[in-house]
Ligand binder design. Structure first.
Ligand SMILES: Cc1cc2nc3c(=O)[nH]c(=O)nc-3n(C[C@H](O)[C@H](O)[C@H](O)COP(=O)(O)OP(=O)(O)OC[C@H]3O[C@@H](n4cnc5c(N)ncnc54)[C@H](O)[C@@H]3O)c2cc1C
Length: 388
């Protein structure tokens, strides 16, 4: 006979950890399947303040704000560059493997049973689920698929789906001493050199995180992402690519999707919920994991679908518009940033969770004709999980 739990969470990245922790703290018996096998997730390690707030509302993390980003440096091949300092950080650099380990540890301390095992198949079992795993079979009333971009749960149940796909490449190197003064605490984003995306250089202390993300459907246009990335490095004087790691970043494309079926739901990358403008996905995984867990506690996963529609999915609709505009017209975007640094401040506000992307379409036209804007200051408070 297989062991029975209230909920099985497949995958223990940020989405799975947030869901498992929330459910265990509500008194549920939770089994989390950690199928990572110790592999580290490829990541830029860039966490917006809204993401920091989401993680902190799960559990205060003492080191999460250690590396604030003080300057945004926007550039483009042959295009005007600009450096934009901020006095109030909107983004933090974090060591991603450390964050994942810490979240998994917090989940264990909340009472989650963590099993290093891979989900191999799911079967409906009476009113619940049977999970066939590399460590045996387990049963539960509820199932959460937090098993990343190639989610077995999402495929098996026909859920989620990020039709707007970025492909991301990343590597980390020791910070070259000559670049430390320029890139320390700085997020360099290069527009126009990646197909429908951007290249980045993030100076996190003694480490330089370098990468590029491009829209999968556009990769053929510029000779492939690796080539674009190689050119980006040469423009920075950084030689040839090092040990690159890559993965897809699934974002919603605006199509009608289901995020739950019966007593099963998908969250984070498994649901395809990363932000289609920046490819940011940690905050969105935590928020969606928490929302799905709250809906299970209430016994109604329909609440999860509705909550997503009002929050992440609405914001992602506007993030797609921004993405088309800014990556499609990099020269215009860089010129606009230089001419009106207020636009950069609006970007920081979004990343701090103070403004929703949709507000841009209200604010920018009003500013252009000299009118004051009326921003909703509690705008994206759903990132502070108490309200979601
Ligand atoms: C190159 C790159 C750079 C990125 N940079 C950033 C960034 O700077 N900031 C940011 O916010 N986001 C970034 N992202 C996106 C972000 O990494 C993801 O959106 C985020 O990790 C999603 O979290 P998750 O918990 O949904 O999935 P994941 O973090 O992918 O976790 C899923 C977990 O499930 C496990 N798993 C998979 N299959 C199974 C199975 N069958 N059984 C059990 N377990 C399984 C996996 O091993 C993994 O541990 C980046 C992505 C890429 C590819």
């Amino acid at each position: 006979m297989s062991a029975r739990y209230d909920i099985i969470v497949a995958g223990l990245g940020p989405g799975g950890a947030a869901a498992a922790m929330t459910l265990a703290r509500a008194g549920a018996r939770v089994l989390a399947l950690d199928g990572s096998g110790g592999r580290e997730k490829p990541c830029g390690g860039c966490l917006s303040l809204r993401g920091v707030l989401a993680v902190e509302s799960l559990s205060p993390c003492p080191w999460l704000r250690d590396c604030p980003v003080a300057t945004l440096w926007l550039s483009g091949p042959g295009l005007p560059a600009g450096r934009y300092p901020t006095s109030e950080a909107g983004v933090y650099f974090v060591e991603r493997p450390r964050l994942d380990r810490w979240l998994a540890q917090e989940a264990r301390q909340s009472g989650v049973a963590v099993l290093p095992a891979k989900l191999r198949a799911i079967e409906a079992d009476g009113h619940g689920w049977r999970a066939r795993t590399s460590a045996g079979d387990f049963e539960a009333d509820w199932l959460i698929g937090a098993d990343g971009a190639h989610s077995l749960v999402a495929r098996g149940l026909g859920l989620g789906g990020g039709g707007w796909l970025y492909v991301g490449l990343v590597e980390e190197r020791p910070m070259p001493p000559r670049l430390a003064p320029l890139l320390g605490g700085t997020a360099l984003l290069e527009l126009g050199g990646a197909p429908g995306g951007y290249g980045w250089a993030f100076g996190r202390g003694q480490t330089l995180n370098l990468g590029m993300a491009g829209r999968r459907e556009l990769l053929g246009r510029m000779g492939g992402l690796r080539r674009c990335y190689g050119r980006f490095l040469r423009r920075l004087g950084l030689g040839e690519p090092g040990r690159l790691r890559g993965a897809v970043i699934p974002c919603p494309d605006g199509g009608v999707r289901r995020y739950y079926r019966g007593r099963a739901a998908v969250v984070g990358d498994a649901a395809g919920l990363a932000d289609p403008f920046l490819g940011e996905g940690v905050a969105q995984a935590v928020v969606s994991g928490h929302m799905a867990a709250r809906a299970i506690v209430a016994g109604d996963l329909g609440r999860y679908q509705r909550a997503l529609a009002e929050t992440l999915l609405r914001d992602h609709h506007n993030a797609r518009r921004l993405s088309r505009l800014i990556y499609g017209w990099p020269r215009l975007a860089l010129r606009a940033a230089a001419a009106r640094p207020g636009a950069i401040e609006l970007g920081w506000r979004i990343l701090r969770g103070q403004t929703r992307p949709g507000d841009l379409w209200k604010v920018v036209p009003r500013r252009l004709v000299g009118l004051r804007h009326g921003l909703d200051h509690a705008a994206a408070s759903y990132y502070s999980l108490a309200s979601s």
